[in-house]
Design a protein around this ligand. Structure first.
Ligand code: SAH
Length: 214
């Protein structure tokens, strides 16, 4: 089976599993996931599975990318902050659907690789930095949308504070890997409405210093 046929099969699978927003499905269809997957896993680039990348991290499962992006209620007029660039795959999907994407990754090596891929894909509406994403991006805040792609132990208050009034943050929360859930957080003035959505498994959101390149 060709990569193109595998990709169509994946998109159909995501639709059956609840990704019904056609904008999100067509963004996933436009992004070549094989560019973000290590050589050893090329044959699995269009399987609905998370895969290992450098620095002991993972590229997210396509279904989770689809569901989280859909929950984010994407809009071409809006800016979005992403925490945890990783391979850059989710970032590329966001670049199709938002006016500007701000992304933060704590591993310099991962960020450099992701930025190279995203430049090759002409994702020019992107601003990236290597930093501790738990602090958000105060200079660019507030944001109408925030997406966190690593699991927080508890509600990340600093990030929630960087939401616009009416803004939405999608974040996996759970200290224990077998009890992690995606939350949709909607800001209503000084109140944050929290809705628990699907169960997931993410690598942890690690607060604090950025590791030095070895
Ligand atoms: N969406 C990514 C998934 C990356 S996995 C993809 O599809 O490839 C989560 C990423 O979050 C990892 O790369 C990890 O290094 C990063 N991360 C964890 N804690 C972080 C923090 N405090 N600040 C920024 N990035 C962080």
């Amino acid at each position: 089976m060709t990569q193109a046929a595998r990709k169509i099969r994946l998109v159909l699978e995501l639709r059956r599993a609840g990704v019904t927003d056609t904008k999100v499905l067509s963004a996933i269809e436009r992004v070549p996931r094989e560019m973000f997957v290590p050589d050893a896993f090329q044959d699995q680039a269009y399987e609905n599975t998370a895969l290992p990348i450098s620095c002991s991290q993972t590229i997210s499962q396509p279904l989770i990318v689809g569901l989280m992006t859909q929950l984010l209620e994407p809009d071409k007029r809006l800016r979005v902050l992403e925490i945890g660039t990783g391979s850059g795959y989710q970032t590329a999907v966001l670049c199709q659907l938002f006016r500007r994407v701000y992304t933060i990754e704590r591993h310099r090596e991962l960020l450099a690789e992701a930025e190279a891929r995203l430049a090759q894909l002409k994702c020019h509406n992107l601003t990236a930095q290597c930093a501790d994403g738990t602090r958000g991006w105060p200079e660019q805040a507030p944001f109408p949308r925030i997406l966190v792609t690593a699991a927080a132990n508890e509600m990340p208050a600093t990030l929630a504070d960087q939401l616009d009034d009416g803004g939405v943050m999608i974040v996996p929360i759970g200290a224990n890997v077998i009890d992690q859930w995606i939350y949709k957080v909607t800001r209503e003035g000084q109140h944050f409405r929290e809705e628990r959505m699907s169960q997931v498994r993410f690598v942890p959101l690690v607060p604090g210093a950025v590791p030095q390149a070895s």
